[in-house]
Design a protein around this ligand. Structure first.
Ligand code: KIV
Length: 287
């Protein structure tokens, strides 16, 4: 665990100015936060991907601010050295600045140091209000899963030059509203590079190529915990599903064969108690 980076330190991390790329990963509870932190990430995002990767829903639209606060608090209790970003879920900021500030504060009180929300220029009034309440905001552009119905599914965005130029304007609007960084999801690398060049705050890519100021991956994707085929942009750094199911199968086999628990995994009473209990039929273990 390293010293937690501050929001101004993160804001200053532009690769073109010589900074190292930012590394962010999602986490949803204390064990995943500890693993992410021990791995040395700069930021932990308690993403609303929680819905799909931890709670078993088909999309992210189902999680509520209470769900997000519950899991943000679990991550915070691991006391990671990484900066914790809490994701505002769908409909927690779409109804206006007042609700947005109140819900952002809920995540801060749960332990987040910053919040993330999806969308461009139309979110500026909400971002203004949250920043005005002294809560740092991370933007999120491109493939924004909370807009899945409006986008017609999870599709790569900004594939035309007009859409790419519009995305640059959206990013500038987020920068001017005070976002300290911007996630760019599911866009061609050339578009991500243009956005990254056009703003002074760091961009953090997921499915946006190698030219952003940082990368973010979902915890379960990175560790291969989901047996289904991952999207193209994912690199698995472990085959966690195979490894962990192998471990459980080992446990099952050991219990069934009598190999678990062994003596070293067993509590023993004193010789005197063991002897007394033997009168009543208590049989000592193998040792
Ligand atoms: O919820 C999430 O995990 C995210 C990342 C994919 C950026 O928003």
């Amino acid at each position: 665990m390293s010293d937690r980076p501050t929001v101004p330190q993160i804001r200053a991390r532009k690769v073109r100015d010589g900074a190292e790329p930012l590394v962010m990963v999602t986490a949803y509870d204390a064990p995943s936060a500890r693993i992410a932190d021990a791995g040395g990430v700069d930021l932990i995002l308690v993403g609303d991907s929680l819905a799909m990767v931890a709670l078993g829903y088909d999309d992210t639209l189902t999680v509520t601010i209470d769900d997000m606060a519950h899991h943000t608090a679990a991550v915070a209790r691991a006391k990671p050295g990484a900066l914790i970003v809490g994701d505002l879920p769908w409909m927690s900021y779409h109804t206006g600045p007042h609700d947005a500030v109140r819900n952002a504060a809920t995540l801060v009180r749960a332990g987040a140091q910053a919040i993330k929300l999806e969308g461009g220029a139309k979110r500026v009034p909400v971002i203004d209000a949250i920043v005005d309440a002294e809560i740092p905001v991370m933007g999120h552009l491109g493939l924004t899963p909370q807009s899945m119905h409006a986008m017609g599914g999870f599709r790569v965005q900004a594939k035309t030059s007009d859409a790419a130029m519009a995305l640059v304007e959206e990013a500038k609007a987020l920068e001017h509203a005070g976002c300290f960084s911007i996630v760019l999801e599911g866009i061609p690398d050339v578009v991500a590079n243009l956005v990254t060049e056009s703003v002074s705050v760091p961009t953090i890519g997921i499915g946006a190529g190698a030219g952003t100021d940082g990368q973010v991956l979902v915890f379960t994707d990175l560790l291969g915990l989901d047996p289904s085929r991952p999207p193209k942009f994912v690199r698995r750094y472990a085959e966690g599903y195979d490894h962990l199911t192998g471990a459980v199968a080992g446990y099952v086999a050991d219990v069934r064969s009598g190999a678990f628990p062994a003596d070293a995994e067993t509590y023993h009473a004193s010789a005197e108690t063991t002897e007394t209990l033997a009168i009543y039929g208590g049989t000592p273990g193998d040792s």
